[in-house]
Design a protein around this ligand. Structure first.
Ligand code: 3PG
Length: 400
């Protein structure tokens, strides 16, 4: 983007593909981290006199307008953060978008409606995506890719549109890629990875890659129970992906052979039911050893011994990557595991990266100072796929 700014953008319509996919409670944004993350790019362009058209997806609507997934709240928040009015187009490439963009003066900013309201955005059919990309291209003179959270998606606005316009990477993408390179090229050791979250199937590919790269991998969250099951423990009614047990067994064996420490919880907090996240009524969990989960109970957080163990495994790390909460942190009774890992990252003298979505939101919701971490990524799936060594369509499209 510095090259673009040096060329001069005054009067040019610049399409900024952002990732404003923020968590919402109705129309209230519960974490605006992703909007703040794109501010440097939007501000720099507006200050240089560009006519900025910000576009993003939000959630997973089914290729048609759906008020529950409107970007209007994100557009207002962007306006508040910029300290000025932001125009909002109620469609993506229709009349509203066309007139809104035509009405922009130099230095003005507009947001167009959720790109996924158009079936062409996510289509697997190249021609359908291309047709939508052509329509988007008519709205702008230049493309700036800055939606790091979506670069792993081969979508029209991420992959096809940059080929149709002079294209540049924004500040956020440049920063994110710079940080992730530190984890893939010449990483400082010990390199410790903490992985949590609900589904083990989302993490298998990255574990596969990390078994050759990391020194220790700490496992928590709902996915831990598939690992405990693979070790031969009963996990009661905990979250379990039975079909993934054989793959996980193989990883446990590979870790053993390769000398990578794959560390599992030694104790967990259990209760008969999933907690009520709305009322946050006391859940009264009990602590049990990881091999003694009662048949009628489910594990919902790592236990106190595991917290200590994981903190000790992180204490001497030179590099840390953390993705996924350790428990149901949205409920106060199950937040301690996630808090303990976040605190261990803060206490670590090494370079600490929090990868994406839920763990980034957890850090902010639990009240940690995000600036105290080495880097908090805006991309969950995107940062994982980067670490898997995959070619990411949204980065490939900008690289030439
Ligand atoms: C994310 O939240 O990880 C990104 O915004 C991408 O969203 P998606 O998984 O719906 O493509």
């Amino acid at each position: 983007i510095d090259a673009l700014l040096a060329e001069g953008v005054a009067g040019k319509r610049v399409f900024v593909r952002a990732d404003l996919n923020v968590p919402l409670d109705g129309t209230m944004i519960t974490d605006d981290g992703r909007i703040r993350a794109v501010l440097p790019t939007v501000k720099a362009l507006a200050d240089a006199g560009a006519r900025v058209v910000v576009a993003s997806h939000l959630g997973r609507p089914k290729g048609a307008p759906d008020p529950a997934f409107s970007l209007a709240p994100a557009a207002s928040r962007l306006g508040e953060l910029l300290g000025g009015a932001v125009a909002f187009a109620s469609d993506t490439v229709g009349e509203s978008a066309t007139t809104t963009v035509a009405g922009l003066g130099d230095g003005d900013v507009a947001v167009i409606e959720n790109l996924r309201f158009n079936p062409g955005e996510t289509s697997k059919d190249d021609a359908e995506r291309a047709a939508f990309a052509d329509q988007l291209a008519a709205l702008a003179d230049v493309y700036v890719g800055d939606g790091f959270g979506a670069v792993h998606r081969k979508h029209a606005s991420v992959f096809d549109l940059p080929a149709r316009l002079p294209h540049y990477a924004g500040y956020l993408i440049a920063t994110e890629v710079g940080v992730l390179k530190k984890l893939t090229e010449d990483v400082k050791r010990p390199y410790v990875v903490a992985l949590g979250g609900a589904k083990v199937s989302d993490k298998l590919a990255v574990i596969d890659e990390l078994l050759g790269k990391a020194d220790r991998i700490l496992i928590g969250g709902g996915m831990a129970y598939t690992f405990l099951k693979a070790k031969g423990y009963e996990v009661g009614v905990s979250l379990l992906q039975e079909d993934q047990v054989p793959a996980v067994q193989e990883y446990l064996e590979r870790a053993e052979k390769s000398g990578v420490e794959l560390v599992l919880p030694v104790d967990v907090l259990v209760a008969p039911e999933f907690p009520d996240l709305k009322t946050k009524a006391p859940a009264n969990p009990t602590t049990v050893a990881a091999d003694a989960v009662p048949a009628d109970q489910q594990g919902l957080d790592i236990g106190p011994e595991t917290r200590k163990l994981y903190a000790s495994k992180l204490a001497d790390a030179a590099t840390v990557f953390w993705n996924g909460p350790m428990g149901v942190f949205e409920h106060p009774d199950y937040a301690e595991g996630t808090k303990a890992v976040a605190q261990a990252l803060l206490d670590s003298p090494g370079f600490t990266v929090v990868g994406g979505g839920d763990s980034a939101a957890a850090v902010r919701i639990l009240g940690f100072d995000e600036k105290a971490f080495g880097h908090i990524s805006t991309g969950g799936g995107a940062s994982l796929e980067y670490l898997e060594g995959k070619t990411l369509p949204g980065l490939a499209a900008l690289e030439d």
